[in-house]
Design a protein around this ligand. Structure first.
Ligand code: PLP
Length: 393
């Protein structure tokens, strides 16, 4: 960590928003910047060397998700991958004008879906239960011959709940419908295997696995047709144009290599830390409620409600103690809106407004957990004392 990170971020507990760049990734990116500038499309050695390095990065990202190298296409972000999956499939099958998604997707899916609705596409939103698991019967009943794509996220960014993607795929197969999954939050947090999941398309992002921001990938299963989203040159085998973000891809590839090497160990350690944080909060703070599925969830994420309080006040009080947490998805944390995910799992708006999200990662330590456990109970106690809204029982 740099001096600024040490000083300003004593305990960074917002790894679902973004992860710190792994120092080994930074080293690899610096090496690449110093040694290589070629355009990978150029056929002389300076270009071919970069092409070879990109190919290795693609191999690493593919291996980290159980895919083949030819099935991975680099994009500018998880957001672009999500947008591309929906628009690309709709453009490939212009006779099919329906898609199905869920109510708890990331805005990268929900706002693309809204845009498609404006263009005449019918979108069905599958509801979820109180743990955030989608209703499979509703999904099955929503499929029609017009359905082009089902897009259901793998792990939710706010509450961590993992969806039964294999079951979604088996329902979709009965009707010959393609399945996309936004795996931006599961990649690196669970053992992700596209072959086991059976999906046709899957989105991932570099900055959630200790790689750089501004680079992502879309997995496109061999044999699946998808129209380009960005038109131009012949890069990415002609379906995602634009001179490659070579430095970003190199960093993403290195982050994926490290994930293969130490992902399992990291996950075990992070799960233990998260469990001890949860236990500590339960023991030290009365009247808290944890959101999300108790088991079927990524084991780094805690979303907790403090009924009667405003999450913004908790977040700011923690920030003054050098502890960074979040009120929800990074993309909506600056807006006043109540989390659509928390409303979807049935929380009342005032409860949803009382929730904070803590998400641990590779660089989280026991000291960070202890910092939260020593500061948070006092903060909650004081806020409860001054809160006019604290419910009387
Ligand atoms: N999907 C999910 C579930 C996310 O959590 C995020 C980012 O928070 C994205 C998509 C967007 O990824 P990116 O930040 O790479 O655009």
């Amino acid at each position: 960590m740099t001096e600024i990170q040490k000083k300003d971020t004593l305990a960074y507990l917002d790894n679902n928003a973004t992860t710190p760049l792994d120092p080994a990734v930074a080293d690899k990116m610096c090496w690449f910047l110093r040694e290589h500038f070629g355009n990978p499309s150029s056929i002389y050695p300076i270009g071919r060397a970069v092409k070879e390095i990109i190919s290795q990065a693609r191999e690493n990202v593919a291996r980290a998700m159980g895919a083949q190298r030819s099935e991975v296409f680099f994009t500018s972000s998880g957001t672009e991958s999500d947008n591309w999956a929906i628009r690309g499939v709709l453009d490939t099958y212009p006779e099919k004008r329906e898609i199905i998604t869920s109510t708890i997707e990331h805005p990268a899916i929900l706002n693309q879906a809204k845009y498609c609705e404006k263009k005449g596409v019918r979108v069905t939103y599958v509801p979820v239960d109180s743990f955030g698991i989608i209703d499979l019967d509703f999904l099955r009943a929503a499929i029609t011959p017009q359905t082009a794509l089902i897009s259901i996220m793998h792990a939710n960014n706010e509450i961590g709940t993992i969806q039964p993607i294999e079951a979604v795929v088996s329902i979709a197969r009965e009707h010959g419908v393609l399945v996309h999954s936004d795996a931006v939050q599961s990649f690196g947090k669970i053992d992700l295997d596209v072959a086991k999941l059976g999906v046709d398309l899957l989105s991932v992002s570099g900055h959630k696995i200790y790689g750089p921001k501004g680079v992502g990938a879309l997995y496109v299963r061999k044999g699946v047709d998808i129209c380009p989203f960005i038109h131009g040159g012949h890069q990415e085998r002609g379906i995602r144009a634009g001179t490659e973000n070579t430095i970003g891809i190199v960093g993403f590839g290195e982050a994926a290599r490290i994930l293969i090497e130490r992902g399992k160990k990291d996950r075990e350690r992070i799960e233990k830390l998260t469990d001890s944080l949860k236990k500590g909060i339960e023991e030290k703070i009365p009247k808290v409620k944890f959101n999300g599925h108790p088991e079927k969830r990524v084991k780094n994420t805690l979303n907790v409600a403090f009924p009667g309080l405003e999450s913004e006040a908790i977040l700011l009080a923690l920030a003054t103690k050098g502890i960074s947490v979040s009120t929800g998805s990074a993309c909506s944390s600056e807006s006043e809106e109540v989390s659509a995910v928390l409303l979807s799992i049935g929380l009342r708006p005032e409860i949803a407004r009382s929730c904070i999200r803590m998400s641990l990662g590779r660089f989280s330590t026991e000291e960070h957990v202890q910092a939260v456990l020593s500061e948070l109970p006092d903060i909650i106690l004081k806020l409860r004392q001054i809160s006019a809204f604290y419910p009387e029982e």
